[in-house]
Design a protein around this ligand. Structure first.
Ligand code: SF4
Length: 364
């Protein structure tokens, strides 16, 4: 079956954040033109069919010029007859009235904002150039254009950040009425400015306390903790990400994009010059059936929808309950439960998910 989800990686940013280890580089117009030409070529070569979800991520997709963004959207128009979720990641400082209006006209129906924190001095300290006012304005512009499905990315475990700082962020976010929140703890990534500055991660216990506080706060304020790092109100789940978490294929387009087709993972070149000259040059990540079946368990247990045991058994031709009898006995009912044929972590299970997965891996 053809993949019905597509991720497009836009590798440009206005500034480079201190914590960033993604595939990105500073935006310039000449590169934009060449990059768009190569994206068109990749779309044609892939023989895309109709999509259900489309995701423009980055980098910073909304750093592209108005005409560049429009061209990128137009390229996908032939494949969007049955699309039900089309997301674009945006940097708040670059969001304008005209931009959001164009998103609406094109059919983009979900905006993911890289907020990180609403504390202006913390934002500065991690190399972000927007302020909390930019965030408020960006969300208002989305709502004005009737794009209600707005997601906020929030970071925690930042240097010098306190639990109180995060609580203040969350209190303000709740006031903003956004239906989706994704949280990320700071990782010191290779080749990031923070790594070069030898910035150290915060204390592990403090990080765990921060996570626990965020989960409690979000639940008390009407969010469903539906994935280990994601919260949604009124079922505004990320449908695109649900494809990753439920072991489905997705097409990756652009320099630095990952994809999975016919069950095989791949990663396109991260080198923009190589991409512009030779195309995506994907590296195939060959996994044997054992690795694939474990990845499927690992990704599915991230969500409250869990692992569809029958589907897993059909796909990987193994008897799940027999194979993992020991782990299931150990963790059911406190940390795992089976509901309607799905293996689902409890809230306590989410807290020790890594330990549970190690136990799965050990007898895999
Ligand atoms: S964190 Fe995001 S916005 Fe910042 S440099 Fe990296 S890709 Fe660009």
């Amino acid at each position: 079956m053809r993949a019905v989800s597509c991720y497009v990686h836009v590798p440009f940013c206005r500034h480079i954040c201190y914590y960033c280890g993604f595939c990105r580089q500073k935006y310039n117009e000449t590169l934009e033109e060449a990059w768009l030409n190569q994206i068109q070529k990749e779309i044609d070569d892939k023989h895309l069919t109709q999509l259900e979800t489309l995701y423009f991520g980055g980098g910073t997709p909304n750093v592209l010029s108005a005409s560049g963004l429009k061209r990128l959207c137009e390229m996908f128009r032939p494949y969007l007859d049955s699309v039900y979720e089309w997301t674009i990641e945006c940097n708040p400082e670059l969001v304008t009235y005209d931009q959001v209006k164009m998103f609406k006209q094109m059919g983009i129906n979900r905006i993911s904002l890289g907020v990180q924190t609403l504390n202006n001095s913390l934002l500065k300290s991690i190399g972000r150039h927007h302020t909390s006012d930019d965030v408020f304005k960006a969300i208002e512009l989305c709502f004005e254009q009737d794009i209600r499905n707005v997601s906020v990315d929030l970071m925690f475990a930042l240097p010098n950040q306190t639990i109180d700082d995060i609580k203040k962020d969350l209190q303000q976010i709740v006031q903003l009425n956004v239906p989706h929140l994704s949280i990320y703890s700071l990782q010191i990534e290779e080749n990031s400015i923070f790594q070069k500055q030898n910035i150290q991660p915060i204390d592990e216990d403090l990080e765990a306390d921060m996570y626990e506080m965020i989960v409690q706060f979000c639940k008390q304020n009407g969010f469903t903790h539906y994935e280990i790092s994601s919260f949604a109100k009124n079922k505004f789940f990320s449908k695109h990400n649900m494809k990753y978490w439920s072991d489905q294929d997705f097409i990756g387009i652009g320099c630095g994009a990952c994809g999975k087709e016919k069950g095989t993972l791949y990663e396109n070149t991260k080198n923009l010059n190589v991409y512009l000259q030779k195309g995506p040059c994907p590296t195939l990540i060959q996994e044997d059936i054992k690795e694939q079946s474990f990845d499927s368990i690992m990704m599915s247990l991230r969500t409250i929808f869990g692992l569809d045991i029958q589907q897993w058994e059909n796909k990987y031709q193994m008897n799940f309950r027999k194979q993992y009898q020991k782990v299931l006995q150990q963790y059911i009912p406190d940390h795992l439960q089976i509901i309607n044929g799905h293996l689902i972590p409890t809230e306590k299970g989410f807290e020790i998910l890594n330990t549970i997965l190690v136990d799965f891996l050990e007898i895999h």
